[in-house]
Design a protein around this ligand. Structure first.
Ligand SMILES: C[S@@+](CC[C@H](N)C(=O)[O-])C[C@H]1O[C@@H](n2cnc3c(N)ncnc32)[C@H](O)[C@@H]1O
Length: 253
């Protein structure tokens, strides 16, 4: 465990689907096209969040959301207490700082070194958190084995067609019955960025502007409880869902 407490750049950034590029080509043109469309959406997302890293946590300053945030800061550590947690797309580590004191260990993965630098500078329990630069669609077994998962504001950025692939990749790293906790936004008129359009598969998108004036089209889905239950499928034993005013939390295991 000597690597806990440092930022790692494991060879996790393989091809987007986790399979070698050659084997994807062999599966045929159509499959390859779908993967590259998914990749493009995620590449745009990665560029957007890398550029947003320094201004990202302003989102946690919205006055109307403070009551919910205080509840979540208490709820998430309780849900993951005593577990070896894999944190998906940890970003600037806003939630890592609340989960780490309760967890046994946290391996927190994100594609953005800019965000991970901010995360690693947070006051965290010594020797308990390891940050990794990596693609959460292509996590290798080297990352570790876990009995807890946390993904904050990640599920909304996964294309509907990629949800099963993401969860199947995650399963490979989890103990049976591992607890998975997802946190994300509800759409709230007047507080959320308006949805700009919907694609033919039902994914929704927003137009967002950063402080430098750049404009980004960002995939942002707002699933309901039934969508989440369906996505969890048979692994969703003890499925729980709670809607706060601005957020939802769902967990299983
Ligand atoms: C909405 S932010 C969430 C950050 C953090 N979880 C939070 O709740 O504050 C989404 C994060 O996903 C990361 N990301 C995008 N695509 C990724 C991928 N394929 N693998 C890992 N992280 C990714 C971005 O860099 C960004 O930090």
């Amino acid at each position: 465990m000597d690597s806990f407490g440092r930022i790692h750049s494991f060879p996790l950034l393989r091809c987007h689907s986790g399979a070698p590029i050659e084997s994807l080509r062999q599966r045929g043109h159509k499959r390859h096209e779908r993967v590259s469309e998914s990749s493009e959406t995620d590449s745009a997302l990665r560029r957007y969040y890398a550029a947003r890293a320094r201004e990202y946590e302003a989102i946690y300053g919205k006055p109307e959301r403070q009551r919910d945030l205080r509840r979540l800061e208490k709820m998430l550590p309780e849900l993951l207490s005593g577990r070896r947690v894999l944190e998906i797309a940890c970003g600037t580590g806003y939630w890592t700082q609340f989960i780490a004191p309760a967890a046994t260990t946290v391996v927190a993965v994100d594609t953005s070194p800019e965000a991970l630098e901010i995360a690693a500078a947070k006051p965290l329990p010594p020797g308990r958190v390891r940050f990794e630069v990596g693609d959460c669609y292509a996590l290798s077994r080297e990352v570790g084995r876990f009995d807890g998962v946390f993904a904050g504001f990640w599920w909304s950025h996964v294309l509907i067609r990629d949800q099963a692939r993401f969860l199947a990749g995650l399963d490979r790293l989890l103990d049976p019955g591992a607890r998975v906790v997802l946190l994300d936004n509800r759409y709230v008129e007047g507080s959320s960025t308006p949805v700009s359009h919907r694609d033919e598969e039902g994914n929704t998108y927003q137009r967002r502007r950063l402080a430098d004036g750049s404009e980004h089209v960002v995939l942002k889905n707002f699933p309901g409880e039934d969508d989440l239950r369906r996505a969890a499928g048979p692994r969703g034993l003890a499925f729980r869902y709670e809607a706060l005013d601005y957020y939802w939390v769902c967990s299983w295991g």
